[in-house]
Design a protein around this ligand. Structure first.
Ligand code: IMP
Length: 421
């Protein structure tokens, strides 16, 4: 299940529905920058680091090697669920290979974002990018498995914190040095509590596959935020397109039978960076209001715009999707006409390619096909044939641009408001 836009495509709802047909739900990239809102039996849950599978006691939920784990955030999410009667027991597994987010990652990110001024990436401020940077750099990285070896962990942490304090003091006026001893005590206490969940999840998944178990992979963020393939540098720091699934989970491609790309019926984006189809006008505000487009993690209002066929179909190609799910169709029901971007015009040239350079993306002028709105409540529609003809034309136009069949349509937040094709 992969988002094909800039994240927030309502993937959580689909994972929740499809969990019933699966045994294991796997998160494989990102961290507590993600926000999945799931409405389950009338209750709304906002998950960030935990896989959506934790809401279903029958399935095993896996946090794979490619995820970055903030232990404090993990524990507070588990306690939030416990407070609402959902107990995350032994069916949560955390990879010992996953990297750990420390307070200096968050402090460094704040300093870097400040230094970029108007060009700030607009991150979620969770230390995601700085943790991944240390992972790739290797020298200062620490993994979940390291937290279970207190003696070597403490001594390495001291060296890392000394180094980070030097940098942070230089970057941040009045910075108060971090205390390695205090961080070690806090992190070892967290580790002691989540130790029963920590395992070699790669080996676990390989055995599960050999035993015929059914797996669903829950992508976080969206393909256009992918570090390699997205709108760099306004991206997240992991492979959030389909390409991240294999390295992030340890499960090779040949095991996949279906790749579902998820798009909204329009486009949203949080944070900075070019957004060709953005509607900075009352229509954009209308979509934000009706779609309740505010970030799950940070509460920031999301930027809203028309469906971008250039960007979404590129996301679909990079992710290798075999079908597409269109979410939040009901949000557009009151509009007189609805735009779909079919091409960009960049420096006078028309193209259907998603530009590789951010300056070209910033220069891209969307070319729209305007379709008449259906102006009818569709939130109770149960089958394709019952959609108004104009809504079907809209769905068909998206399917044509995506080049893969539509597998699911969502017309409201509840599970029942889902049309499976
Ligand atoms: P980071 O992932 O916190 O480093 O933020 C980098 C960019 O990705 C920013 O534009 C964020 O707003 C965006 N981002 C990160 N996670 C999500 C998400 O779950 N949904 C939408 N945007 C996200």
């Amino acid at each position: 299940m992969i988002g094909l836009q800039w994240g927030d495509e309502a993937k959580g709802k689909i994972v929740d529905i499809l969990t019933e047909q699966h045994d294991i739900v796997v998160r494989y990239q990102g961290g507590n920058n993600a926000g999945h809102t799931v409405v389950c039996q009338g209750q709304t849950y906002k998950l960030s680091l935990l896989p959506v599978g934790v809401l279903n006691p029958r399935v095993t939920s896996v946090i794979g090697p490619g995820v970055v784990v903030n232990p404090k955030a993990l524990e507070s999410e588990i306690s939030m669920l416990a407070g609402r009667g959902v107990n995350v027991g032994q069916n949560l597994l955390i990879s010992d290979r996953a990297h750990v987010i420390f307070p200096y990652h968050i402090a460094e990110e704040a300093a870097f974002e400040r230094s970029r001024g108007n060009e700030a990436i607009g991150t979620t401020g969770r230390g995601i990018g700085t943790c991944y940077r240390d992972k790739i750099g290797r020298i200062h990285a620490m993994r979940v498995g390291d937290l279970l070896r207190p003696v070597s962990f403490k001594s390495r942490l001291k060296d890392v914190v000394d180094y980070k304090n030097t940098i942070l003091k230089a970057l941040t006026p009045g910075f108060e040095a971090l205390d390695a001893e205090a961080i070690a005590t806090e992190y070892l206490a967290h580790a002691e509590r989540f130790k029963p969940h920590v395992t070699d999840t790669t080996s676990f998944l390989h055995k599960a596959l050999a035993n015929g178990k059914r797996l669903i992979f829950e992508g976080a963020q969206g393909s256009l935020l992918d570090i390699d393939h997205g709108s760099f540098p306004y991206v997240t720091s992991s492979n959030s397109s389909g390409s991240g699934l294999h390295n992030g989970s340890g499960v090779p491609e040949r095991h996949l039978t279906k790749i579902i790309g998820v798009v909204k019926a329009y486009t949203t984006r949080v944070g900075g960076g070019p957004f060709p189809t953005e509607l900075d006008n009352p229509t954009g505000e209308h979509i934000r209001k009706i779609g309740r487009e505010y970030g799950t993690v940070t509460g920031r209002p999301r930027r809203c715009g028309w469906f971008d066929g250039v960007a979404s179909s590129y996301g679909g190609r990079v992710s290798g999707v075999t079908c597409v799910a269109i979410m939040l169709l009901d949000v557009l029901s009151e509009l007189d006409e609805i735009g779909i971007c079919t091409h960009y015009e960049i420096n006078g040239e028309r193209t259907a390619d998603f530009p590789s350079h951010v300056e070209d993306l910033a220069a891209a002028k969307p070319v729209y096909r305007m379709l008449p709105g259906w102006k009818q409540d569709i939130s109770g529609v149960k089958k394709l044939a019952d959609f108004p003809a104009r809504a079907r034309a809209y769905i068909d136009t998206i399917a044509d641009l995506m080049g893969v069949p539509v597998t699911l349509l969502s017309v409201g937040p509840d599970r029942e408001q889902t049309v499976m094709l």
